[in-house]
Design a protein. Structure first.
Length: 121
């Protein structure tokens, strides 16, 4: 098996926690951590799902005035849960209580320093 050589690419959003590399087949791949680390956020807000809304809807409603692209926060919400949401294409069931992370958490953890360690080239 040959070594993976990371590429020097500027990745945005949650992709910044991974690294891009070219596989042996010549295709570009993105390696990401399994999930963001779950941390208690005393400023998190509980939200009770209605059963008909997607995480992108919740993110747009709650974070619209806080982030330029609030729909991108949907993935952060999914990973922030103690029991993470794996499939964002399915609305959370009615009555499920989600914890919505604070903007400070999102900026510090999700969009802060990269969680991956890129080997020196």
């Amino acid at each position: 098996m040959s070594e993976i050589a990371p590429l020097s690419l500027n990745l945005s959003g949650l992709s910044r926690h991974g690294y891009a590399y070219t596989g042996v087949d010549g295709k570009l791949y993105l390696s990401l951590p399994e999930r963001l680390p779950h941390e208690d956020d005393s400023d998190a807000v509980p939200y009770t799902c209605r059963g008909s809304e997607y995480l992108t809807d919740i993110a747009n409603a709650y974070y619209a005035k806080l982030f330029r692209r609030p729909e991108d926060v949907a993935e952060v919400i999914a990973e922030f849960q103690e029991d993470p949401i794996v499939d964002l294409s399915i609305p959370p069931p009615q009555g499920r209580v989600l914890m919505l992370p604070s903007p400070d958490y999102i900026m510090a953890i999700a969009y802060g320093e990269s969680l991956s360690e890129i080997p020196e080239m």
